[in-house]
Design a protein around this ligand. Structure first.
Ligand code: FPP
Ligand code: MG
Length: 491
């Protein structure tokens, strides 16, 4: 399935290390067995896949019990990262962090770090270097506040061998590295920056149960506040000194914009084909399209009046870009920072098997994040038809329809009720009086909501299967529970 594959950082390929790391590698055979068993489970039929999922969920742990303490310091740490000498900028940049968010993305990063640390043969080296990095150096130094460009230390040469760590400490496996904590913060900063911009685009009056940033501070300040967050997130990202993570997280920012533009264009011309970069990882897989769209299409359907396969494909691609990309690439980045990335595996003299195992960990983290992200957005689109604005803390009860958006429940309802006025309503973007109410009624009359829920459940199960590649741990169990919480959430 092409969409399962995480994008490779080709620029890092070919960097060969000449170091031999003695005594720090875990037994390749036992770990290789784990990976192979899990790969078999993932590739096999639905019966054994279901068994794999059941094995994953047999351990249940509350995510907050595993990383709750880490999350409580996250908000304070972000506040430090966002300090600005401009009081109005300082206020808006921190505004959405003051409200109680779900913190799904940083939680996922912290849990993935715990679930994958120690799995790479390069873990000991990576840990030693992460602790030596300057991630915690304050950004709001006088020089930065007064706009004097600080002089950063030169980045390490990609081909230079790294020195051996003084000592490898296996007991520190399953801890979280400072670089991974910072990644969790960066992830939340990018997410909140996108919300600051999104609430301007959607003219949304509410966010997290309170007035949105644009309604409190105005559109201009919201845009500038989002830009400021991205700037500070970029400094923090650069300080991780990991080119693969920089590339992954910068791609997320581009993907968020691509997803938003795709959504805007879809509002203008429903069937427009929008080419996006990075196609392999952004497209839905053939299996997803077949099972959740083509299988339902009556053969006699007139393509001129019914929603096309391409429209559904565009919807899924947009969903990946605006929501799942951030979760996929940040979960993957957590594993990369733990030594499973291309840079680490090529910088240390690892065997081919060890490199393949480390890559399998990154792929699993990526697949988990992608599927959780897809399920998250599908549930969001579903809840727009169920939740009330009060319960959701943001506009609901047909808010997407009011923005002219045809999400999965509408596309499915339209496919099923092809002779109804739904196609006309979609074409004019629910813009005439009574359109939203009529569309709501048609969607509720159809199987659209049930089929969207089935699609979301498919992604939840695929995320469970991805976790089977990782060894059992509290963190893996918590990731499984986080996945379940997302599909069963009501807000
Ligand atoms: C919420 O979607 C919005 C997003 C998931 C992404 C928005 C992205 C941009 C505005 C592009 C700019 C990006 C950056 C990083 C500055 P929604 O409107 O469906 O959900 P909502 O109901 O929570 O608003
Ligand atoms: Mg919005």
């Amino acid at each position: 399935m092409p969409s399962m594959a995480r994008p490779r950082v080709s620029a890092l390929r070919g960097a060969q290390a000449c170091m031999r790391v003695c005594g720090v590698w875990r037994s390749a055979s036992s770990w290789a067995d784990v990976v192979q068993t899990a790969k078999n489970a993932v590739a096999s039929d639905s019966t054994s896949a279901a068994q794999g999922a059941a094995a994953v969920s047999s351990l249940t742990h509350d995510p907050l019990a595993v990383v709750g303490q880490d999350l409580s310091v996250l908000r304070q740490s972000i506040s430090t990262l966002l300090g600005s000498g401009q009081p109005s900028l300082d206020r808006i940049a921190k505004y959405y962090f003051a409200a109680e968010g779900k913190h799904v993305r940083p939680m996922m990063v912290l849990l993935m770090a715990k679930a994958t640390n120690g799995l790479s043969a390069a873990w000991g080296m990576q840990r030693a270097h992460a602790i030596g990095e300057d991630v915690d150096k304050p950004m709001n130094r006088e020089s930065v506040l007064n706009d004097v460009n600080p002089t950063p230390p030169p980045p390490p040469s990609p081909t230079a061998p790294r020195p051996l760590p003084a000592q490898y400490e296996p007991k520190l496996q399953h801890t979280i590295l400072p670089t991974q904590r910072r990644l969790a913060e960066i992830t939340e900063m990018i997410h909140v920056a996108s919300l600051l911009h999104d609430d301007v685009i959607d003219a949304s009056p509410l966010r997290r149960g309170a007035p949105s940033a644009p309604s409190k501070f105005g559109n201009k300040m919201s845009i500038l506040g989002g830009d400021f967050l991205l700037g500070r997130a970029s400094i923090a990202l650069a300080r991780l000194r990991d080119p693969e993570v920089t590339e992954l997280m910068s791609t997320v920012i581009a993907n968020l914009v691509e997803g938003e533009v795709m959504q805007l264009r879809a509002q203008e011309t429903v069937s427009e084909r929008v080419p996006v970069t990075d196609l392999m990882s952004t497209m839905p897989s053939a299996e997803e399209l077949e099972r959740f769209w083509t299988a339902y299409a009556p053969s006699t359907r007139d393509a001129a009046v019914a929603p096309t396969r391409h429209q559904f494909q565009v919807y899924l691609q947009k969903t990946y870009l605006k929501t799942a990309s951030l979760m996929a690439k940040s979960a993957c980045s957590a594993a990369v920072l733990g030594g499973c990335g291309e840079w680490a595996t090529q910088s240390y003299a690892m065997s081919a098997t060890q490199r393949a195992d480390a890559a399998a960990v990154c792929d699993a983290a990526y697949a988990y994040g992608r599927h959780v992200g897809m399920a998250f957005q599908l549930v969001d689109d579903l809840l727009d038809f169920h939740a009330t604005t009060e319960a959701f803390g943001k506009p609901s009860g047909g808010a997407d329809l009011k923005l002219g958006l045809a999400t999965a429940p509408v596309l499915y309802a339209w496919q099923e009720l092809a002779d109804s006025p739904l196609g006309t309503l979609v074409a004019r973007r629910f813009s005439e009086p009574g359109d939203v109410e009529q569309a709501l009624e048609l969607v509720h009359r159809s199987q659209g909501l049930a089929r969207t829920a089935q699609l979301a459940r498919y992604h939840t199960e695929a995320a469970h299967k991805a976790l089977a590649v990782l060894p059992a741990s509290d963190a893996r169990a918590a990731l499984a529970q986080l996945n379940e919480q997302i599909i069963t959430r009501v807000k």
